[in-house]
Design a protein around this ligand. Structure first.
Ligand SMILES: [Zn+2]
Length: 492
């Protein structure tokens, strides 16, 4: 399996540190507001990556933090006359709720910055002792980028050129403008913890690094985040690990591309800013997921509601194909002798799986994986049309199961598609009345009714056909004529 490693600017064969196991970490949100769909795209990308690694048989340990102390949280709390802890609690809960709604698997470990202060202080102490960090009179502690010869290795930046080219925060206490705070001295009214350097709170770059070391051990296999985190956040993370423990933080660095809305950068001032919650209130989670996974995770994603409508239609087509295959499998004449056509569907099932795996093995190319799934949908639809009612159960079921399995690897849940809905009790009475049915099985009653309706239509006995249809409608069901024959559907 090939994975693109940001650090080396190329795809590399993936070899886990411990055979069969993957330890991965993805930087979580700062919990001061609802997350927007750009963040959601990053978290979805790593959910897809995690799910595929599990599909490949790896035992994955996935950690993601919550940054629950930060300037943004403190500012929001001050604006609203609340405590920072209240704001952090509200949006931590909201984040977890929206992630679950989006079908994103819970992390195995979800450390919160405010509960990991001790691990951070240990790391900072070690950096000071080794000459990589220094204290200043105000009580802040800074990391000295000049003390680390490898600084810039991840993002490919050169400190001297950076200084000339980029604007950085001016601070007289720092030895170098790119030095960053490991510990921030407490200001009045801010949350703080006691420390050897005075009361204060950890810097953002410090928390991930210390939490990874504590919960997963360093180096880990995969460290992920949005592309906007490469510099300075991830550069600073890896510098701390190299200096504190003399190990890289991660073997593979992965970054998800940015999301644009109708070609523009998403921003509140442009009025094209959407939270995940707003979007999930309007569209099924799997349609949003499908839209996002149609673009490779590293490429920029162009989001629009028009494209989202398209994805919702595509999802419907996929679910309908699975339903039709299951229905065909249930009603097919089962002589077990496979025709040329049946065998070609079976071959298409195998080919789709191979194509899916080949795409996903190539740096998690979910767009290619989806193309394999939709290739099988086209073949299956053609099979159902060409078979003219002469379908065979086994290839129909295999195709339906494969579509569900491969979609499931991408987190798209088709389990409900084609599953038997509970039939209303009145269906048996209706079949007795209209189709001369004598048993008491609801599914047999459905077949008897559909057969009687087909017979009535064939002999142009419209009164009988209509009476059956109306009886079915009165039970809250509808008759649907599909390429695979007529069937009943629960009315929505
Ligand atoms: Zn981080």
């Amino acid at each position: 399996m090939q994975i693109y490693n940001t650090q080396f600017h190329k795809k590399q064969e993936f070899t886990p540190i411990d055979e069969g196991k993957v330890r991965m970490y993805v930087c979580g949100p700062t919990v001061y507001d609802q997350i927007h769909i750009g963040n959601a795209r990053t978290f979805l990308s790593f959910d897809m990556i995690r799910r595929y690694l599990m599909f490949k048989g790896y035992q994955v340990t996935f950690a993601q933090n919550l940054t629950d102390v930060d300037d943004k949280i403190i500012n929001r709390a001050n604006e609203q006359g609340r405590t920072p802890a209240e704001v952090a609690e509200e949006f931590s809960t909201a984040f977890i709720e929206q992630m679950r709604r989006f079908g994103i698997l819970d992390p195995d470990i979800r450390p919160r910055a405010t509960r990991e202060i001790e691990a951070m202080q240990e790391m900072i102490s070690s950096l000071i002792e080794q000459g990589n960090a220094y204290t200043v009179p105000s009580g802040d502690v800074y990391f000295s980028v000049r003390s680390d010869n490898a600084y810039g290795i991840l993002s490919g930046r050169d400190l001297d050129r950076l200084r000339a080219g980029e604007r950085v925060e001016v601070n007289d206490e720092k030895h170098d403008p790119f030095d960053f705070a490991l510990w921030k001295a407490a200001k009045p009214g801010e949350p703080s913890w006691p420390s050897p350097w005075g009361a204060g709170r950890p810097g953002w770059h410090t928390e991930c690094c210390a939490m990874i070391h504590r919960h997963l051990g360093t180096p880990i296999d995969i460290h992920g985040g949005g592309a906007d985190l490469v510099f300075p956040h991830h550069e600073n993370e890896t510098a701390q690990a190299m200096c504190a423990w003399h190990t890289p933080l991660a073997n593979v660095w992965m970054h998800a591309g940015m999301l644009r809305v109708e070609g523009d950068k998403m921003s509140k001032s442009l009025g094209n800013f959407f939270t995940l919650k707003e979007v999930l209130d309007r569209y099924p989670a799997d349609a949003v997921r499908l839209l996002m996974l149609q673009t490779h995770y590293r490429a920029p994603l162009d989001f629009s509601f028009e494209r989202l409508d398209g994805a919702a239609g595509t999802l419907e087509r996929l679910a309908t194909c699975v339903e039709n295959l299951r229905w065909a499998a249930d009603t097919a004449p089962q002589d077990g002798i496979l025709s040329e056509l049946d065998r070609s569907l079976g071959a298409a099932v195998d080919a789709a799986r191979e194509e899916f795996v080949a795409s996903m093995d190539d740096d998690f190319n979910s767009a290619g994986g989806l193309a394999a799934i939709f290739g099988l949908v086209s073949t299956a639809n053609k099979y159902l049309a060409d078979a003219g009612g002469n379908m065979e159960t086994a290839p129909c079921l295999r195709a339906a199961d494969m579509l569900c399995e491969l979609s499931g690897v991408l987190g798209i849940d088709l389990a409900k598609a084609g599953a038997a809905d509970e039939l209303p009790a009145g269906i048996v009475d209706l079949a007795r009345e209209q189709a001369g049915y004598a048993g008491d099985s609801a599914s047999e009653a459905v077949n008897a009714l559909l057969a009687a309706r087909a017979e009535a239509r064939a002999s142009k006995n419209w009164g009988v056909a209509d009476a059956i249809r109306d009886g079915i409608a009165a039970l809250g069901l509808s008759v649907e004529d599909t390429v695979a024959g007529a069937r009943l559907r629960m009315r929505e």
